[in-house]
Write a protein that binds this ligand. Structure first.
Ligand SMILES: NC(=O)c1ccc[n+]([C@@H]2O[C@H](COP(=O)([O-])OP(=O)(O)OC[C@H]3O[C@@H](n4cnc5c(N)ncnc54)[C@H](O)[C@@H]3O)[C@@H](O)[C@H]2O)c1
Length: 480
């Protein structure tokens, strides 16, 4: 029986391995992690991450050929294929701080693999890593190998949170990079045969190691670039009276452009886009390509600009101050159908409003109070370290309350900020909402989910990104 072990039971390791176990009943899959609470949760009825369809997949194979364990060394030692899906945060200190990837966790995983292995192994990079990481990892492994052969492959993951299971069941492509040596090609073939259980052969792309590593960074940079492009357009739409949804629709019908990733919003979030672009920028700089680095840097700058612009809209519309005013924040996750808050634009928007002394009442159907308080207290990039290394939750923040109902968050508020496109925010009883708020009642829609005309009829002053402005907002400065 082929044995697979995956180091890192996170958003990628957990769902990916669950699907491999489901589709390959004759393979034993063990997911290991140093974080005991996370492993306990994977073994319980309350999985540590929310992802539609995940519960079902885990239930079907857990205890049969899918296992979760903290006994990292034992399962790595027994495996034929070791996936490494640990955190690769942005460095906060030293050379490349704020840009380069911190490979501490990857390196310690590689050293541990070298230490405990007693048989040949294929080691698969699942984490997103800088180009040429495989080479460094290979050196660590081969320097400690005691006669054991390690073959390294790059198999970056392209799933999107919120649709992870659907993406894993029917991926656009699976990418496997390996050395062009006979051993490298043999390892590619072995991993390919795992995916071939359910992925059509023509969707399994095989490349060299560096192409696979770079393709992942490039894919995220291109996706984020589309969002920043449409967000830049949204500012121009507001200034000119065009409607960004109409512009997106018009350009999206061009088959060369396509309709996806063209929704204007308060900005992109998630654990990957910013981190991977910063990483790409750093690689460009290290390779003497400042023009290329600056091009990609601009994608992040526009994203930061969009979040700042939103905060400024809120403050300037509400008579230039939100001090002491209750603002309801609807949604905190970085997108719907996930409880993940890593790099969510809600953090920067909330921090901006708190900076102007607003009182926030936050509601998200999937994010806990503890997580929100932690996020609002945490320093940039701290979130991407394993849980046991993250700062503890602060006792409380007097300006912030977290509630478990949208109407509760909204009651007596001066304004509402929609931060996540959860479906339930489309269907609130907005007359009831209006009646329970202070007047004038403001709504700032960072995700273009509300029906602007209907809300204006009720009496709301509505700001919706990239849409023709309410007469109230027309003369207010958008950017300080
Ligand atoms: N989240 C996504 O949507 C996504 C998509 C594609 C790729 N990626 C990439 O995949 C990688 C993992 O991302 P994630 O979202 O799953 O992260 P995550 O933080 O959810 O999970 C990583 C896990 O690794 C564990 N870990 C760290 N060091 C370890 C060690 N030495 N031994 C055992 N366990 C260890 C941590 O405790 C943590 O549970 C990152 O490189 C990320 O960029 C993420």
């Amino acid at each position: 029986m082929v044995k697979i072990c995956c180091i890192g039971a996170g958003y990628v390791g957990g769902p990916t391995m669950a699907v491999i176990a489901l589709k390959c009943p004759e393979i034993e899959v063990v997911v290991v992690d140093i974080a005991a609470p996370r492993i306990n949760a994977w073994n319980s009825d309350h999985l540590p991450i929310y992802e539609p369809g995940l519960d079902d997949v885990v239930k079907q194979c857990r205890g049969k050929n899918l296992f979760f364990s903290t006994d990292v060394e034992k399962h790595v030692a027994e495996a034929d294929i070791v996936f490494v899906s640990v955190n690769t945060p942005t460095k906060t200190q030293g050379l490349g701080a704020g840009k380069a990837a911190d490979l501490t966790y990857w390196e310690s995983a590689a050293r541990m693999i070298a230490d405990v292995s007693k048989s040949d192994k294929i080691v698969v990079e699942k984490s997103t890593v800088p180009v040429k990481t495989a080479e460094a990892i290979e050196r660590i492994l081969t320097h400690n190998r005691k006669g054991i052969n390690f073959t390294i492959l790059s198999n970056p993951e392209f799933l999107a949170e919120g649709t992870a299971i659907a993406d894993l069941f029917k991926p656009d492509r699976v990418l496997i990079g390996g050395r062009e040596t006979p051993e490298g090609q043999k390892a590619i073939h072995s991993l390919k045969s795992v995916y071939a259980h359910w992925v059509p052969e023509d969707r399994i792309l095989c490349t060299n190691l560096w192409s696979a590593e770079l393709s992942k960074l490039a894919a995220n940079a291109f996706l984020a670039q589309r969002i920043s492009s449409v967000n830049a357009m949204s500012a121009l739409c507001e200034a000119t009276g065009a409607d960004v949804s109409q512009v997106s629709h018009s350009i999206g019908t061009d088959s060369r452009i396509g309709p996806k990733f063209l929704n204007a919003s308060v900005g992109f979030g998630g654990s990957c886009f910013q981190k991977d672009i910063l990483n790409l920028v750093y690689i460009c700089e290290c390779n003497g390509l400042p023009e290329v680095a600056n091009y990609w840097k601009q994608v992040i700058k526009v994203n930061d600009y969009q979040k700042m612009r939103f905060v400024n809209r809120v403050v300037s519309s509400m008579f230039n101050t939100v001090s002491g005013k209750k603002i309801a924040v609807l949604g905190f996750a970085f997108k719907k159908d996930t409880g993940d808050t890593r790099e969510t634009p809600a953090i920067d928007v909330c921090k901006g409003l708190l900076g102007d002394k607003a009182k926030l009442s936050i509601y998200d159907p999937q994010v806990t109070e503890d997580q929100i308080m932690r996020d609002l207290a945490m320093k940039k990039f701290d979130w991407d370290h394993p849980a046991h290394l993250q700062p503890l939750s602060p006792t409380s923040n007097k300006q912030v309350s977290v509630v478990w109902d949208a109407y509760e968050a909204i009651k007596d508020a001066h304004g509402i900020c929609v931060m996540t496109e959860w479906d339930e925010f489309k269907n609130l009883d907005y007359q009831k909402v209006y009646d329970s708020m202070q007047k004038p009642a403001f709504i700032f829609d960072g995700r273009n989910v509300v029906d602007v005309n209907k809300l204006r009829e009720i009496g709301f002053i509505v700001y919706s990104i990239g849409k023709p402005l309410d007469s109230w907002l027309k003369d207010m400065p958008a950017v300080a």
